[in-house]
Structures are given as C-alpha cells and as structure tokens.
Design a protein around this ligand. Structure first.
Ligand code: NAD
Ligand code: MG
Length: 381
C-alpha cells in the first residue's frame, strides 16, 4: 500500500491523479489532501476519499460534512499536509501550480515522503536545493510532466554518459499557426484553447508563450543531470512523441502514446510499473508525425529560459516570478499577450539580482517580491 498526500486535488492534474487512485484502491490510500476554491468538488472528493487530514484554501471554506477529517487551511495548512507523517511508504503528489508548490515539496522531502512532481516550478526555481534534499533524505522524485516521464522511460537501462542529447517535444500551444504580427490582439479565451491538451489556465498560457518548454528544459536539466547545451527542443504538433533521447551512436529512443496525462501520472505513481489503465489506446494506423524547428524569434520566452538558466543563481526564480505575475495579469485582462514577454525580459536583464545569494529563503522572498511588484504596478493583488 502507498499512503498518498495530494496537494492541488481539485486541479487538472489533481483530479486525474485521483482517477488513477480511484481505479487502484488496493494500491493507494489518500491520507492528506489540499482542495481549492471549487468547493462543490472539494467536499465531494473529501467524502469520497476520506483523507485523515484536509487543507482548505481558506478558513471560511471549512464545512461540517458526513465525513469529518482533521482540517487546516492556507499556506501553513499545505505545510501541515507535507509534514504529516504516519506511515512508512508515503508518496506526496504535488499538483499545485506556481511558486506555492516549492515549500510543500521541501517539507514533504524532509518528512521522508517520496515525491510525484507535477509542480515544475519547484524544480525551475530551486533545482539544486531539491536535488540536495533528495539525496540528504534518501527519497525518490518521479516526474509527472509527460516529456520527463518519456525521457525517464527512454533512459531506463541506459547510461547517462552515453546520452548525446535530450530532445523535448513541444505542441506549439494555442497560437502555433499564427505569426507574431497576429499575436498582438489575441484574447484570453483564444489563448486558453489548447489544440492537444486540456490543462489548467497557467500552463495553457505558458504553452502558448513557449515558457512551458523553457521550464521543461530546466526541469530536465535537474532531473537527469544533463547540461543545457545538450537539451534540445523541437516542434511536434501531434503531441504523440512525448520526448526523445539521442545516444552517442546516434540511436534515438522515443516514448510515444496518446495525449492523455493519465499515463504519465500513473507511471509516476506506480514507477517502475506499466499496469493496465482504463484510458484510450493510441491508434497507430494512419498516424503521421511531423517535426519542425522551434525558433527563438517566434518564441522569445524559450530563449529567456535558456538565458536565465545560463545566468544561474537566483535568475531562475526571477524568470519564474516574472512569468507567474505576467501570466496572471494576462489572464485578468490587464496586459496584452505579447507584454508577457516584455515583463519577463525586463526582469531577467536586471543585474541587481546577481548579488542575491542562492538559498531557499532568498528564492522565496525574491519570488514573492517580484510577483507583488509587478502585480501592484497594474493594481492587481
Ligand atoms: P490547475 O490550475 O488545474 O490546478 C492547480 C491547483 O492548485 C488548483 O486546484 C488550485 O486550487 C491549487 N492551488 C494553486 N495555488 C494554490 C495555493 N497557493 N494554495 C493552495 N492551492 C493552490 O493546474 P494544473 O494544470 O493541474 O497544473 C498543476 C501543475 O502541474 C503545474 O505546475 C503545471 O505546470 C503542471 N503540469 C500540468 C499538466 C496538465 O496537463 N495540467 C501537465 C504537466 C505539468
Ligand atoms: Mg509537459
């Protein structure tokens, strides 16, 4: 039995993780859960999965139910879930979005939980710190992101020193068929209409700007210990090849499958097993796969991610924070789509941040400082 803690249970990844758990009740028991502002869904999930401890988003969301767990709320509540410890084989699934996911991951590792990580922002802003903690507390971290699940599968049985490069595929996001000129007046509704995947709003915008791919390059660097100049990206509009590994002898391994997050989530939860899943199989007949170059001119955010990664130190926190604030502003109709790029570029070119020492406290305080500074400029909380 794996004893599961799931933060972000009501979101896109959270609900799909619960689908897997629901179908495998003999293997997983939910002990802790954090729920979001969709209260109807939140109460339903609590009554269905009966966790011992629940974290609500706000104190006012707490309600008497037919089943009543220990309740907690807010940012501290997330940490209580991460720290709660009762069983030997504990798995912490982080399906939160944004910098809010960092500290819960850190505390869950300190509580000796294995981690199934969807919250890529954790690795983007604090990859070295997380890798050191994983070693110190002797826990495992399994990626949920489909690209990293693919790479993990391609690397099984292989030696990292024989890897020539990782090739991360990108769908191109909602505006892949538009020129940059056509991006000036795109709406939030258009940006949220992803052609291949149904995901939460932030990552859908990150896919449209290609910041998501930049984040995934950084995530891959920390997960697989491969230098940035050996991590490539490629446009693959079908989202069938989830990523590839090229070896020194030019052999390329790819992992392919339907565009359905249930598969990588299940692999992270059940690693290293490929158990039966009740989701659609990929029909290979008639399938055509295309690969195109991903250009920095078309997608500057991809370049900004490599730039921040090469600057190192706290610049990855700066990249993430500027992006988090800019995406929020766009989703709130405060800025135009292309302004997201300008906000990020301005922040990563600010030399002031080079003086800040890379440690957890500074990463957190700097992130919230930048987010608040940018949001306040536009009158948003
Ligand atoms: P989502 O917006 O659908 O869900 C996120 C959940 O986190 C929500 O339920 C929200 O209530 C909760 N949350 C956010 N901030 C919080 C806070 N401060 N305190 C408590 N709860 C908070 O997002 P998602 O698409 O499920 O993405 C989650 C993470 O997984 C992101 O980091 C994303 O990049 C990553 N990811 C998602 C997908 C996907 O298919 N959705 C694929 C790969 C990676
Ligand atoms: Mg991905």
């Amino acid at each position: 039995m794996k004893y599961v803690y799931l933060v972000g249970a009501c979101g896109s990844i959270g609900t799909q993780a619960l689908d897997i758990i629901r179908d495998n009740k003999d293997e997983f028991k939910v002990i802790g859960m954090s729920v979001g502002s969709n209260l109807e869904l939140a109460y339903k999930l609590i009554e269905e999965f009966k966790p011992e401890i629940v974290c609500y988003r706000k104190e006012s969301h707490i309600k008497e139910l037919s089943y009543n767990p220990i309740t907690t709320y807010g940012d501290n509540g997330l940490l209580e879930i991460a720290k709660y410890h009762k069983y030997d084989n504990e798995l912490f699934i982080n399906a939160l979005v944004g910098i809010a996911g960092l500290l819960p991951t850190v505390e869950a590792i300190r509580a000796k939980k294995n981690i199934a990580l969807a919250n890529k922002e954790t690795l983007v802003v604090a990859g070295d710190i997380i890798n050191n903690l994983i070693k110190e507390y002797n826990v495992s971290l399994y990626p949920i992101d489909s690209e990293h699940s693919a790479i993990l599968q391609c690397l099984t049985g292989e030696k990292i020193k024989e890897v020539k490069r990782l090739i991360i595929t990108a769908s191109g996001g909602s505006f892949r068929d538009r020129t940059r000129e056509e991006l000036s007046n795109v709406t939030v509704k258009e940006a949220l209409a992803h052609p291949n995947w149904s995901m939460g709003p932030k990552i859908t915008i990150d896919s449209a700007t290609m910041m998501n791919k930049g984040f995934e390059v950084i995530e891959a660097h920390y997960l697989f210990n491969i230098p940035y100049d050996r991590i490539a990206t490629i446009l693959h509009r079908e989202s069938i090849v989830h990523s590839m590994v090229e070896f020194n002898d030019s052999s390329i391994k790819a992992q392919i499958g339907a565009s359905d997050m249930h598969t990588p989530i299940a692999y992270a939860l059940k690693y290293p097993h490929h158990d039966k899943l009740n989701y659609d199989n990929l029909n290979l007949i008639g399938l055509k796969l295309n690969f195109e170059e991903l250009s920095y001119d078309r997608y500057p955010c991809l370049k900004y991610a490599y730039d921040a990664a090469n600057k190192g130190g706290c610049y990855l926190a700066v990249l993430n924070a500027a992006n988090e604030a800019a995406v929020k502003l766009f989703l709130n109709n405060k800025i135009k789509f292309l302004e997201i790029e300008n906000i990020i570029n301005d922040e990563i070119n600010n030399d002031e941040y080079s003086k800040i020492e890379y440690n957890l406290d500074n990463i957190l305080s700097l992130s919230y400082k930048i987010i608040n500074k940018i949001l306040t400029r536009y009158g948003v909380d």
